[in-house]
Design a protein around this ligand. Structure first.
Ligand code: AKB
Length: 321
């Protein structure tokens, strides 16, 4: 049975990944860590420790104490926050990653960390972006992600650490909200749709980005980590995506369930600049071929589930049409 240490376990992905891992591998085999403690299920349903990922000693001691043989390193700040605090982002995103890789090297642990569509830049082919292509990002987050992919490959090639990663798009979920990302609008829009039937988008009409529903993102992480190492030609990191839309596309999907939903715009130049530097859509062929990546939720299926789950979560009644 695996013994998994998760960093950033109370973040958007960590909150749900920790619970899925505990279901699969047993609660006591999944050590959740984060910079803060709270009363969420991820913090309460199994072992939990406060760990600052920039503190190597603390991370190593925690991983040793729990005899971790797998490290899932999620702690990082997202694109828009990284752009506002570039030096802090470098120190947290790169310092935390280096500490997590060093921990994995010493403990001979398997390793996962997410990369992002943010690793691409304005000179990358925009549509159906290939797995192997130009990567010259113009954001601090993108610089961190490209450097992180190279660093994880370096640890595999030099030290034999079994490093694996996914280039995530915007991840949409009704459990924990993301914070500081460029794709966050695609989560906020559902909250506003069920609460107020209107949303003001900070991303402009016609700006397409890849997205994925959380259950598919969790399956992708687990399937990649369980994949036979011999089949992996790539490691850090695989393009994965389930859909690509602009604000009009998601609004049209919401209107199938909330017909009078209204969308208007107040574009945030800083997040818009980041979004425009990213691909419109990426190609996940390598992930399909090398470890069988698949997804279940397209835009409309995700919208139906998000609206249903958010109404339950926020205890909202379904309006009579
Ligand atoms: C962000 O918007 O920063 C993230 C990402 C695409 O990596 N969701």
């Amino acid at each position: 049975m695996k013994r998994i240490l998760v960093t950033g376990a109370l973040g958007q992905i960590g909150s749900e990944l920790t619970l899925r891992l505990r279901d699969i591998y047993g609660a006591s085999n999944v050590m959740a860590t984060d910079i803060r403690q709270n009363s969420s299920e991820a913090a309460q349903s199994g072992p939990f420790e406060v760990v600052d990922v920039t503190d190597f000693k603390q991370m190593m001691e925690t991983a040793k104490k729990y005899q971790a043989d797998t490290i899932m390193h999620l702690a990082a700040i997202l694109s828009a926050s990284a752009e506002a605090m570039p030096v802090f982002a470098w120190n947290l995103n790169m310092g935390g990653l280096l500490n997590a890789l060093e921990t994995a090297r010493e403990l001979k642990a398997q390793f996962f960390t997410p990369s992002s569509i943010g690793a691409f830049g304005p000179t990358t082919p925009k549509d159906n972006t290939p797995q192997d292509t130009i990567m010259r990002p113009t954001t601090m987050y993108g610089v961190n992600k490209v450097a992180g992919e190279l660093l994880a490959d370096y640890y595999f090639n030099k030290y034999g650490v079994d490093t694996r990663g996914l280039r995530f798009s915007g991840i949409i979920s009704y459990v924990a909200q993301p914070g500081g990302g460029t794709t966050d609008y695609a989560v906020e829009i559902y909250y506003k749709a069920v609460q107020e039937r209107k949303y003001t988008s900070y991303i402009a009409k016609g700006t397409f980005m890849d997205m994925m529903y959380m259950p598919d993102a969790l399956n992708a992480i687990i399937d990649l980590m369980e994949a036979d190492s011999c089949r992996l030609i790539h490691r850090n990191s695989f393009n994965v995506t389930a859909m690509s839309f602009d604000p009009e596309g998601i609004a049209a999907s919401i209107r199938r369930y909330i017909p009078d939903f209204k969308l208007d715009y107040d574009v945030d130049p800083s997040r818009q600049r980041i979004a425009e530097s990213w691909p419109n859509s990426i190609d996940a062929t390598a992930a399909r071929q090398e470890w069988g990546f698949k997804y279940e939720y397209d835009l409309d299926k995700m919208t139906e589930d998000m609206i249903d789950k958010l109404r339950q979560k926020l205890r909202l009644e379904v309006p009579k049409l």
